[in-house]
Design a protein around this ligand. Structure first.
Ligand SMILES: Cc1cc2nc3c(=O)[nH]c(=O)nc-3n(C[C@H](O)[C@H](O)[C@H](O)COP(=O)(O)OP(=O)(O)OC[C@H]3O[C@@H](n4cnc5c(N)ncnc54)[C@H](O)[C@@H]3O)c2cc1C
Ligand code: SF4
Ligand code: SF4
Length: 443
């Protein structure tokens, strides 16, 4: 018959003060399914691990149930102790009574009842565990990078090493969104040179194999052993093997067509920021062919609908203002903003330099773009509730970014959750922002 040891961890006051461990202990004893019940204040501490190892040996348990915290935190810790004590580490069930009971259920009686049921379930389950032997399998050191924008190219260059090949899969051609920009904030350097240097570095790297105009059809496998099916430009299906996958499929600009107050799609000379650099690449001109005498750049277009700040579009608005001022120094350029999102001193400096170049900043609460006679008109309300009107020749709408269709597709294919806005969810937004819950898949 199985000899099960039950350990109740107090976790200082975290568990001991919320759960009635005495009651749990008495109820489990009555069930008669465990050989002994032990308690410890901090089971993961050095003292706690020593206590656990000695107690396993003393009692001769052949399987354990530990009621403590999340398996993510200490399952491996206790499995190591079991291995060192000569027990198969898989003859073990960890019950998360801290996060799932003590921290979730404020009522002591209910929390205790819940914990008791979880522990009973674990005891019943561990009786059926079978010893599993660990075996080593070969891991593939190569990586697949999906998306050949600046992120994907940089990731490929960093991952490529003597012992690691990188397969870079791009559905169109290398470059991504950067191909739409002329200059970059905050340095105002030209994109062409930077992009060319990066593309050349990728193409010139013998450890990187680039598949352009190609699509990932399917990915199977797991960390260290992924198998991807790729459809190439020639419509050939090929199979790639890799140990890790990096998703760098980017996002796309929000389209404000459904927001009628901005006139996008209905009024001439109203552009979204991502179009502006393309249409003004050779010359900044209105539809009539004349250079604009005044341009309004409207921030936060669609932010309310999206529910989040995209964090780059304030800086991009200033870049556009400077781009215009550098080419049309007499033009009046006005930034209509709600909040300024300029993280770090570098962007603060960028803002000050922009203002020094004669770019005006007006804070608005409501705004409407209309056409009156020959010119566009910005009707806006300020924070002091005054209503104003500014005639302009061109309007640039600063929109944020939204997930593209690749996000949903790869989230399903690779079993990665998305956040409330549809973007890939990080393993931990601060502590592990490039990992996902699927081991070996990075964002
Ligand atoms: C209007 C605008 C102006 C900006 N200006 C600046 C600036 O001045 N300075 C600055 O630092 N940043 C700027 N940014 C931000 C910058 O463009 C982005 O941060 C950067 O380009 C993101 O690069 P990325 O590689 O992550 O994504 P992207 O550039 O979007 O690249 C993603 C790539 O993945 C590919 N892809 C998508 N789906 C698939 C699939 N299923 N299979 C294979 N490939 C796929 C796409 O074709 C694309 O090539 C600006 C952004 C916008 C919208
Ligand atoms: S094992 Fe978990 S529950 Fe116990 S003391 Fe350590 S962190 Fe707290
Ligand atoms: S314009 Fe500025 S404040 Fe508005 S969403 Fe973009 S970064 Fe955020």
């Amino acid at each position: 018959m199985a000899k099960i040891g039950l350990y109740l961890c107090e976790c200082g006051p975290n568990i001991a003060e919320v759960l009635d461990l005495e009651k749990i202990s008495n109820e489990i004893k009555k069930d008669g399914k465990v050989a002994a019940i032990e308690r410890h204040k901090l089971l993961c501490s050095e003292d706690g691990k020593k206590f656990l190892a000695e107690s396993i040996e003393k009692n001769g348990f052949d399987r354990l149930v530990i009621a403590a915290c999340s398996p993510k935190q200490h399952e491996a810790t206790f499995m190591d102790v079991m291995s060192a004590a000569g027990l198969n580490p898989y003859m073990f069930q960890l019950v998360n009574v801290r996060e799932q009971c003590a921290w979730m259920t404020p009522d002591k009686e209910l929390a205790t009842y819940k914990a008791l049921r979880y522990i009973r379930a674990a005891i019943n389950r561990v009786r059926y565990h079978r010893a599993i032997e660990q075996k080593e399998i070969e891991c593939n050191a190569d990586a697949i990078v999906i998306g050949g924008g600046i992120t994907g190219m940089e990731a490929a260059l960093r991952a490529a090493q003597k012992e690691r090949r990188v397969y870079l899969i791009e559905q169109t051609e290398l470059g991504g969104m950067l191909k739409c920009h002329r200059v970059l904030f905050p340095t105002m350097e030209l994109v062409d040179q930077l992009l060319k240097a990066k593309v050349d570095a990728v193409r010139g790297n013998e450890q990187i194999e680039v598949f352009e105009n190609s699509e990932v059809k399917d990915v199977l496998g797991f960390f260290g052993n992924f198998v991807a099916t790729i459809e190439t430009k020639e419509k050939e299906e090929i199979t790639l093997h890799a140990g890790a996958i990096i998703l760098a499929t980017g996002a796309e600009p929000f389209s404000p067509e459904q927001l009628s107050n901005f006139g996008y799609g209905t009024l001439d000379d109203v552009y979204i920021a991502s179009e502006f650099e393309k249409v003004s690449a050779d010359r900044i001109a209105t539809k009539s062919g004349d250079p604009p005498k005044s341009v309004a750049i409207v921030h936060c277009v669609g932010r309310k609908n999206l529910g989040y700040c995209s964090e780059f579009c304030c800086a991009n608005s200033m870049k556009i203002a400077r781009y215009i001022k550098e080419r049309l120094s007499d033009a009046k350029v006005v930034q209509f903003y709600k909040n300024l999102c300029l993280p770090g001193t570098q962007y603060d400096k960028f803002y000050k330099e922009t203002a020094e170049k004669g770019v005006e900043f007006i804070r608005f609460t409501d705004i409407e773009v209309t056409r009156e006679a020959e010119r566009l008109s910005i009707k806006y309300r300020k924070e002091d509730h005054t209503e104003n009107n500014l005639p302009v020749d061109m309007v640039v709408l600063s929109t944020g970014l939204v997930p593209n269709s690749a996000t949903e597709r790869f989230a399903k294919m690779l079993n990665i959750p998305v956040d409330e806005y549809g973007f890939f969810k990080e393993e931990h937004v601060k502590l592990d922002p490039v990992s996902t819950v699927t081991e070996g898949v990075f964002i």
